[in-house]
Design a protein around this ligand. Structure first.
Ligand code: DAH
Length: 337
């Protein structure tokens, strides 16, 4: 067989090819198991001794030429139009997803609450998690004999006397009131620590938001109005609030604040323990002794303060029944928010 003629035929054939199917046909015709190259190869042993080597080389060259022509053609076809995608891979195959990160549900709720207060004119401030005993207790009018002063209720630092992991965000009140002059309107998000045994409702570390406002003529009704705006912004406009008298050393009078149960709307269910109300925060009018500690004139200024647990709000908002879920880093939980 005339190898030169075959080679010319190949050059002509390849010009005609404009699809991957046609290219496959071409490949089978020449390089397939019953293709021309196989046929030529099988003819070699029957050739006269002196022709075999030369013919073998020519067949080999032909084969290499075919391989490079096919590879080249495949590239041009892959580079053009619709068949490009086909050549690049299976379009039906699931894609490689780019999973975007997201904010932790507690961060989302913290941001949401801070934004609500920010819109009402509050600045957002942070304070250190390692705090002095003075700021955490004494400055807040929590006397030495108060039960929460005992080491049992607070993580004290071993090598530093009178330093501890803050048990609430209230010490930032002391810091800010010392640092700045009224009028003040501040919210303070952050971590707090208590040596509680961990269970569905307790964690040794959790998050709070402290809020306070100090100026001339601040009244308890200002506290009520601001907290109602907050509760309705988070839980909806039909939420009702009630203030129950309570004791906190750093406020007088003090109140715990409940919202009408978001599940049963006040009728009584298992979430609210049949009460129809859910406790969400502590609050009150800043105690004159706190003003005395920070050097604010209690005859001139009044103020309110409140403190809420972020986990509690997030659990109510999303119907989460175990606080540990926030801290286990289980993506099946976290991805739902
Ligand atoms: N610090 C309190 C706690 O951790 C919460 C609190 C109650 C903060 C009343 C306040 C307040 O500012 O007025 O339990």
């Amino acid at each position: 067989m005339d190898i030169k003629a075959v080679s010319a035929q190949i050059d002509a054939d390849i010009q005609e090819i404009n699809s991957l199917e046609a290219l496959e046909q071409f490949r089978l015709k020449y390089l397939g198991r019953k293709g021309l190259v196989a046929e030529l190869t099988s003819a070699i042993p029957g050739l006269p001794q002196e022709e075999r080597a030369r013919f073998g080389q020519e067949v080999n060259a032909l084969k290499n030429k075919l391989l490079s022509l096919i590879a080249e053609k495949q590239k041009t076809l892959a580079g053009s139009s619709g068949q490009a995608a086909q050549a690049a891979g299976d379009l039906g195959m699931p894609g490689i997803s780019q999973s975007l990160g997201q904010l932790h549900p507690l961060t989302q709720v913290t941001d949401e609450i801070c934004a609500i207060f920010n819109r009402m004119g509050f600045s957002i401030v942070e304070g250190p998690e390692i705090e002095s005993e003075y700021n955490n207790f004494t400055g807040l009018n929590i006397p030495l004999e108060h039960p929460s002063r005992e080491a049992f209720d607070t993580f004290y630092l071993k090598n530093y006397t009178k330093m501890l992991l803050r048990s609430h965000t209230s010490p930032v009140q002391v810091r800010q009131m010392k640092e700045q002059k009224p009028p003040l309107a501040i919210v303070v998000p952050g971590r707090v620590y208590r040596p509680d045994a961990v269970d569905a409702a307790h964690s040794f570390m959790f998050h709070q938001i402290e809020g306070f406002m100090v100026d001339t003529g601040i009244k308890f009704s200002d506290l009520k109005g601001i907290l109602e705006m907050f509760a309705q912004a988070v839980f909806g406009n039909d939420i009702k609030m009630r203030f129950r008298p309570h004791f906190f050393p750093f406020t007088e009078p003090s109140a715990e604040v409940d919202i009408s149960c978001i599940i049963c709307k006040g009728k009584g269910c298992s979430v609210c323990g049949r009460k129809g109300w859910l406790e969400i925060l502590g609050s009150g009018m800043i105690h004159p002794n706190v003003f005395k500690h920070v050097g604010i004139d209690a005859d001139k200024y009044t103020g309110f303060a409140f403190g809420l647990g972020i986990e509690r709000i997030a659990m109510l908002k999303y119907g989460i029944n175990d606080i540990r879920l926030f801290f286990e880093n289980d993506l099946r939980f976290l991805r739902q928010f």
